[in-house]
Design a protein around this ligand. Structure first.
Ligand SMILES: O=C(O)CCC(=O)C(=O)O
Length: 274
């Protein structure tokens, strides 16, 4: 399902596009139940501190990264030759104070081009009460801006990085039902508030789909080939898993996570216990 001309224009002008219907609520509930079962069966593998790249060791997560509708929508934004840098499970527990400060994705990613897009797939409802993602329109036009590292206790981001001067009055809330998604660009300022509801708020960020002109600017990057031309030798390619939590895929995930943590924390004053 390629995005329409209007949706692509909206993304280019405002920095995001949402909501996009990917799957039914029933299908999203199926993936949520797979996730919740896997959380029980493999304790710690989806925890707040180990939330990156579960798609490397769990086939049901990879299925989402390869979902035809998602891939074709992402290809409308970055081109047909695509790889995936990583996934992040953004789970906010009921009545939790976890939040995401205003930031741009590309800040510490260590990539040399901005031809990438983050897809955020809602596995639960995502709304004002439970802290949906909010975006500041058109901020991507200013390129990369300065962030301050706060390492805030409840801040979900690695370094608690934050853009200081933001006009929050223009923020737009991306309200999604389970099975809908949004895409935002790497320079769009966005964040989210705590979950004040009695239920979990869970989104899977496909972060990010990379076009074929994207190269590492620094550090080691592990990517999964999604479609089109093979991944450039500048990246390390990780295989799509066919087996749940095999030793090989578990190690591949750890290597990808360690390498990405080195990239994200480069030059940081401290490191969280990841
Ligand atoms: O899930 C959230 O609240 C924040 C997501 C986010 O920052 C992202 O997907 O880039």
């Amino acid at each position: 399902m390629s995005l329409s001309k209007e949706q692509i224009e909206h993304y280019r002008e405002f920095g995001w596009v949402s909501p996009i219907d990917i799957m039914s609520e029933d299908e999203a509930a199926y993936y949520l139940s797979r996730l919740e079962q896997a959380e029980l069966d493999y304790p710690g593998q989806f925890s707040a501190r180990y939330r990156n790249n579960a798609h490397i060791s769990f086939p049901f997560m990879a299925e989402l990264a390869f979902n035809k509708k998602i891939v074709s929508a992402a290809a409308s934004l970055v081109g047909e030759n695509m790889s995936l840098l990583g996934t992040v499970l953004f789970a906010k527990e009921p009545k939790s104070s976890s939040y995401v400060s205003w930031h741009q994705d590309a800040t510490y990613m260590g990539l040399a081009s901005n031809n990438l897009t983050t897809g955020w797939l809602a596995l639960t409802h995502s709304n004002l009460e439970n802290g949906c993602v909010a975006v500041i329109p058109k901020t991507h036009h200013q390129g990369m801006v300065k962030h301050n590292d706060t390492f805030g206790e409840d801040n979900i981001l690695t370094r608690g990085q934050e853009v200081a001067d933001i006009d929050k009055s223009t923020a737009v809330n991306l309200i999604l039902r389970p099975g809908q998604m949004s895409f935002h660009g790497p320079w769009l300022v966005h964040g989210s508030l705590p979950n004040n509801s009695d239920s979990r708020r869970i989104g899977l960020a496909l972060q990010s789909y990379l076009g074929d002109d994207v190269k590492p600017a620094r550090g080691e990057h592990h990517v999964m080939h999604i479609q089109g031309a093979p991944v450039s030798n500048d990246f390390i390619e990780v295989p799509r898993p066919s087996e749940t939590y095999s030793e090989e895929n578990r190690l591949a995930r750890d290597k990808a996570n360690d390498a990405f943590a080195d990239v994200l924390y480069e030059g940081a004053k401290m490191k969280r216990n990841m």
